[in-house]
Design a protein around this ligand. Structure first.
Ligand SMILES: [Zn+2]
Length: 167
């Protein structure tokens, strides 16, 4: 019971810190003075890196979901799931680190803003499969090989075979 209370209080505090961090990041956000929303689709130069980061985020989600599933299985009496849980947790942290590294490195070539670093209300918000924010961008990159920069509105493709019109 006590352990539950501590977990509950810690997650509550974590939630509050998260809200404050998002508010602080939103306050610091400066919309780029340029807009490329009506420009032709361009080829994204660091496609491999962007795709790896997006896939790492999707894999991190999948592994944390599977980790929770293994806890559920463990509570049903399957004792062999501890090693599975540890493996999944390791996979999650590995993929999450890769995603964070890519998110810090990959910038939009048009507006020089970080593609995966997004405020709560970006100038060109993206929605994909019911998700918003960097999750939507990551899923669109992974599944469609295209995305729109939420900061300047420039549309990109990750496939070099795509015919590119005049910029
Ligand atoms: Zn941009």
């Amino acid at each position: 019971m006590r352990g539950f209370l501590i977990t509950f209080l810690l997650s509550g505090a974590g939630g509050l810190v998260g809200v404050r961090v998002v508010a602080w990041l939103d306050q610091r956000y400066r919309q780029p003075p340029v807009s490329f929303a009506s420009d032709d689709v361009a080829y994204f130069p660091r496609a491999v890196m962007l795709r790896s980061g997006a896939m790492a985020l999707v894999a991190a989600w999948a592994s944390i979901l599977a980790a929770f599933l293994s806890i559920a299985l463990a509570s049903l009496g399957h004792s062999a799931t501890t090693s599975v849980f540890v493996t999944l947790l390791g996979l999650f942290f590995g993929c999450a680190s890769l995603y964070v590294a890519v998110a810090a490195l990959v910038r939009c070539p048009k507006c020089d803003m970080r593609v995966f670093s997004q405020p709560s209300l970006p100038p060109y918000p993206d929605v994909f499969a019911g998700l918003t924010g960097f999750g939507a961008t990551a899923l669109r990159v992974t599944m469609r090989s295209q995305f729109r920069c939420v900061h300047c509105g420039q549309r990109f493709v990750l496939n070099s075979a795509f015919p590119i019109g005049p910029a």
